[in-house]
Design a protein around this ligand. Sequence first.
Ligand code: SF4
Length: 380
Amino acid sequence: MLSQIRNKVEAGERITPEEGLFLLSKADLLDLAPLAQTWRWRHNPAPHVSFVVDTNLNYTNICDAYCSFCAFYRTDPSDPSAYTYTVEQIMEKIGKSVEKGVTTVLMQGGLNDALPLSYYVEMVRETKRRFPTVTPHYWSAPEIMKMSQVSGESVHYVLQALWDAGQRTMPGGGSEILSNRAKAIISRFKPKDTVDQWTQVHVEAHKIGFVTTATMMYGHVETDEEIVESLDHIRKVEDQAKGGPGGFTAFIPWSYKRSNTALAKKVLEEAGPNKYLRIIALSRIYLDNVPHIQASWFSEGRKTGQVALQFGADDFGGTLFDENVMLAAGFYNRTTIDEAKSLISEAGFIPSQRTTSYRILEVFEKDAPIKPLAVPVSAG
Ligand code: SF4
């Protein structure tokens, strides 16, 4: 099986779900790295690893999704720790982030019935008006569905309203594992609808012209088959986007963190680096139509993030100046621009700063590693 997969990877051919499952469950970890790197260099021939200067703002923690893996949400608006920021409060936070050099604001929050569509549209419009250098990377698929539900308008209507206000990119959160069985266990959504809902939001967004990411949170109740199933859904959504104005820019996996979550009663151990590196490598090989794979240094730790750059990842994510969801699960996860650059350089790559849509803003040649880079001849 391994040599059959190797032949396909070298020829640039697509692997099957069965071959993906073999790589994830049975192949030796160190056999995965060169296969994944072959696709990495094919997609991204320069010896650069990109990062984005971003912040992650969480506008409300009031939510009615009750995800058992989440330590962030509050259900009762009168709870002293429940909050919803006004558009003005969010603008103040963005203003402070811009002073630190932020170019991307990732915005995600709870699914809050009290917020009308106009709140979200105004947030986008005001961000664009007041901070022209900032890309509003706002709202993942479940939030779009909530906007649709609260407003009574279609998903297409909601996305078009956000687009008209100036939004052009969207994060891929809320996918978790794209398996109806696993989703039925970890969130209260109707299992029949969830995978289709997430994929349909992204298909619609891509048709309008949005570029989006796709994410996966693993290490809870999912099986290896369901990890492959998730990747397969993402590959199919990107196939549908081919030739159109939008599509996925990157895939970003990270592992479930147990602290302060209800699901910890069922999941006694967190997934470790071995599983993470397998998933990074598998995703690079399986998602032959997605240009970038992001190393999630913030959830897996800086050192594992660096190793992931030898397992197919070509992007180091963002600085996340102000993230609260993972923080609620006991995970302190911020870095600085200088630290991101030195981690990339230490791992053997030249750091480059990018935009939300992966356009390179600056290559930091002076931060190039001292050791020679292992760039294959075929990659130039
Ligand atoms: S993960 Fe998001 S949707 Fe789920 S409970 Fe937490 S805030 Fe709500």
